[in-house]
Design a protein around this ligand. Structure first.
Ligand SMILES: NC(=O)c1ccc[n+]([C@@H]2O[C@H](COP(=O)([O-])OP(=O)(O)OC[C@H]3O[C@@H](n4cnc5c(N)ncnc54)[C@H](OP(=O)(O)O)[C@@H]3O)[C@@H](O)[C@H]2O)c1
Length: 303
């Protein structure tokens, strides 16, 4: 194989600390309501398709027709209570620190109470990956770190991650944290490319943190083409035709191609679309394809 033919898409399982997870994860932001049976079908589909990281947050439930803080965790908790075998099949992730009206708090008292409340809603003895959802810039990282280490020591959480942190904020937290920081969740898609160049993905590769990409399809806009550059939609379509897949599979393949072994968090609430997303694991994207997508997304030729 020549360098030109090299397929950059990495479909292999990822390491999250000492746990292995599928290359695609499932996100619960849009998982709302109280239909436990439908939610069980969806979570089971995700797990069967290898999306073993199930990402939730205490604040999920206030959008997409949900009515309350904690609603998504509560629904997932009722799925787990009625189907206890599912718990061992997943790496259960949740987040705290966003509190509408504040809106960020990551001090010790709050994180301890938030974690207990999440455990109760999730009907679980522990959370596998607990993430600070957004940085609370007015809590010293030493306090946040001590709280997270305390939760690990208490057995309430197994691993620690962060979300929407800048590289500098990560450095500061890591400086005080005893537990390894295993993941960084950031907005990343073929139409939102900031973390390619702002040091975020570089820091993940330097430290071994697993990047988790939120809104990997830009909330569906990459598929619909809404508010997307026409050139990007055209470039995705050309590659989709060549690979015999849909736009979504190429867009997800783009994320899988980054050498940081990033995990796109799929947000669809449709089992059929979850299944279709796994086509991304089998697409071939060369370096030339990847840079062509970046140029189409940014609307300027790379120098
Ligand atoms: N850390 C953070 O601050 C943060 C912020 C946002 C999200 N997240 C995480 O990232 C996860 C994913 O975010 P997201 O929901 O915005 O992700 P996404 O995968 O970019 O968007 C999902 C949306 O796209 C729609 N969609 C349209 N066509 C689709 C297709 N062919 N395949 C799949 N979906 C299609 C889905 O609709 P259907 O349901 O009808 O398929 C759904 O409404 C969240 O669940 C959450 O875990 C984290």
């Amino acid at each position: 194989m020549t360098w030109e033919e090299e397929n950059l898409v990495n479909a292999a399982p990822r390491w999250l600390g000492d746990r292995q997870i599928g290359a695609l994860g499932f996100g619960c932001w849009r998982l709302v309501g109280n239909d436990t049976q439908a939610a069980t079908r969806l979570i089971s589909s995700a797990l069967d398709l290898g999306m073993t990281l199930i990402d939730n947050a205490d604040v999920y439930g206030l959008d997409w027709g949900g009515t309350a803080f904690g609603e998504s965790e509560r629904l997932l908790g009722s799925v787990l209570a009625q189907n206890p075998t599912l718990r061992d099949k997943m790496v259960l992730a949740s987040k705290g620190s966003i509190l509408p009206g504040v809106p960020y708090v990551a001090n010790a008292a709050y994180l301890n109470a938030a974690c207990d409340a999440s455990l109760q809603r999730l009907q679980s003895t522990h959370i596998d990956l607990f993430q600070i959802h957004r940085p609370d810039m007015f809590t010293h990282p030493e306090e946040t770190a001590a709280a997270l280490d305390g939760l690990v020591a208490a057995g309430k959480i197994s691993m620690v991650g962060v979300s929407n942190y800048t590289p500098a904020q990560i450095h500061a937290l890591r400086g005080f944290l005893q537990a390894p920081l295993v993941s960084l969740q950031s907005q990343f898609s073929v139409s939102t490319l900031d973390i390619l160049r702002n040091g975020t993905l570089d820091l993940c590769m330097e430290t071994g943190m697993t990047p988790l990409a939120w809104s990997p399809l830009a909330g569906g806009q990459i598929v619909s083409g809404d508010q997307q550059p026409a050139a990007l939609s055209a470039a995705l379509d050309a590659l989709a035709a060549r690979e015999n897949v849909d736009r979504a599979a190429i867009a997800l393949g783009f994320i899988l191609a980054h050498p940081s072994a990033c995990v796109p968090l799929i947000g669809s609430q449709s089992s059929a679309r979850l299944e279709a997303a796994t086509a991304a694991l089998n697409v071939c994207l060369t370096r030339r394809d990847i840079y062509q997508l970046i140029e189409a997304s940014e609307g300027v030729a790379l120098p």
